[in-house]
Design a protein around this ligand. Sequence first.
Ligand code: RP5
Length: 167
Amino acid sequence: MPANESPRVGVIMGSKSDWPVMEHAVDMLERLGVACETRVVSAHRTPDLLFDYAKSAAERGLQVIIAGAGGAAHLPGMVASQTALPVLGVPVESKSLKGLDSLLSIVQMPGGVSVGTLAIGKAGATNAGLLAAQIVGLQDAKVREAVEAFRAEQARNVLDNPDPRPD
Ligand code: RP5
């Protein structure tokens, strides 16, 4: 991906401590050639920044926002309330409730403000990156081809290794 390409996906998270999960979204976007930006934006610790970030996202050229948070995870929903861009929420695993709290906080949006909620943890972050690329790919044939190639490779890996026993 060209270094000077402007970001089309914003990957934000409530805390630095979310990075080990959210980096999987970034890895997938990079793999599929989608430029992204990353930053910590906390719904509770930096609410003004959250509003500024979400309100300016579309005019800055972002097409999708991925928001990851744990515990009382209000970040994705609050971002969605301030932008018409698609928002993908990733529930980060919490220490006390293993991410069930994060999942329910993100998935139970009231009708009228949507957040596309992914699975808890690494799988959710990975799929958020993939889904964001699929959305970007609606208008970008190169990204669409990268998604198709990724899926074909994944299928080939399974078909080429049918034996479930360890090597
Ligand atoms: C949430 O609180 C963050 O998204 C994080 O998952 C959780 C804990 O944050 P730290 O106390 O580790 O900064 O806002």
